[in-house]
Design a protein around this ligand. Structure first.
Ligand SMILES: [Zn+2]
Ligand SMILES: [Zn+2]
Length: 329
């Protein structure tokens, strides 16, 4: 089978013929039809995340069809459509797993990072971590929900019952989560790169009550804010924009350093938290609510062989929608 393989950090992906994987016990062999590109893929290539598997097949927003099942499986059948997310395996046994926090598992493995992912014609995945996907979505349009949607949703839930919700960095995840926030009647304040009038306009059209640059203060204090941009200076900025008791959620896997700030900005029970990975329960909840909203994705497709182009355009901020690799049969 063909796969786009990362041989060494910072190198381009190489199109290679590699042996078709075999499903082990409890694993699914999946013929990939679509795999969305995530900012995390860039962090992995650029060496900003420690110890990726090398050589590596990237990709953790995978949609495909089950061709083979290793052993018995009651949850999936051959021919089923399946979604494969970032969380690929946990030990089920550490203190985090046993307390409903498998996203923090000490021994977790991640798709497209420490397990081969979906920039390929086939992949194998542990059936226990795969999702059935809502029928209303096509393969390409549902793919971005598997990470930007899911982990965005976990970030959103961490903001509690915030009525006035700020979102810093209005990219893919923000676009998806904003739709849920508006559906749940939150007031949305969108912060973009200073001067990015087009994105501010898009946020208003989506239903934001206010949109401006990340260097601006909102017209009123926010109850909570999510930062999706990987820009550490936004943490003290967002802290200054939230009211007493507010929460700043850092939704990305990697962020540049956070500058120091006066304690008074954190005082009065303001909270800073990050969001790591996802639990299967996040997925179950999210795939119930997404089709009800319905959350709509915007995608731009690339052939598997064009994965480097998709990553380069993403890195340069030149994508206008989520890049999705489509894999021809
Ligand atoms: Zn564990
Ligand atoms: Zn991701």
């Amino acid at each position: 089978m063909r796969a786009m393989v990362l041989k060494e950090l910072k190198g381009p992906l190489e199109l290679r013929d590699v042996p078709k994987p075999k499903p082990g016990m409890g694993q699914l062999l999946v013929r990939v039809s679509a795999c969305a590109v995530c900012r995390t893929d860039i962090h992995v290539v650029d060496g900003e995340l420690p110890n990726p598997k090398l050589p590596l097949v990237l990709g953790h927003q995978i949609v495909g069809q089950i061709e083979e099942i290793g052993g018995e499986n009651s949850n999936f059948a051959i021919g089923d459509r399946v979604g494969i997310p970032w969380l690929g395996w946990t030990d089920g046994d550490c203190s985090y797993c046993r307390s409903g926090r498998e996203n923090l598992c000490d021994n977790a493995r991640f798709t497209g990072y420490t397990i081969d992912g979906g920039y390929a014609e086939f992949t194998v995945a542990d059936a226990r971590y795969c999702f059935h996907l809502p029928e209303r979505y096509g393969d390409v349009e549902v793919a971005p929900l598997l990470c930007a949607g899911l982990i965005g949703y976990r970030s959103y839930r961490k903001t509690g019952d915030a009525r006035r919700l700020g979102i810093y960095g209005f990219g893919n995840a923000a676009h998806l989560i904003a739709q849920i926030a508006i559906y749940e009647e939150r007031e949305l304040f969108a912060f973009t790169r200073p001067g990015d009038k087009a994105t501010q306009q898009a946020a208003r059209e989506l239903g934001a009550v206010w949109a401006g640059g990340s260097d601006e203060m909102p017209p009123e204090k926010l109850d909570s804010a999510i930062i999706f941009a990987s820009v550490g200076t936004l943490v003290p900025t967002a802290l200054r924009a939230i009211a007493k008791g507010g929460i700043v959620v850092c939704g990305g896997i990697h962020m540049s350093d956070i500058p120091s700030f006066p304690y008074v900005d954190l005082w009065e029970e303001r909270v800073i938290t990050s969001v790591a990975n996802l639990t299967r329960q996040d997925g179950d909840e999210f795939f119930k609510i997404a089709p009800r909203v319905p959350v709509r994705t915007q995608t731009e497709t690339f052939a598997l062989e064009q994965a480097n182009t998709a990553l380069d355009l993403f890195r340069a901020g030149k994508l206008s929608a989520t890049a999705v690799l489509t894999i021809a049969k």
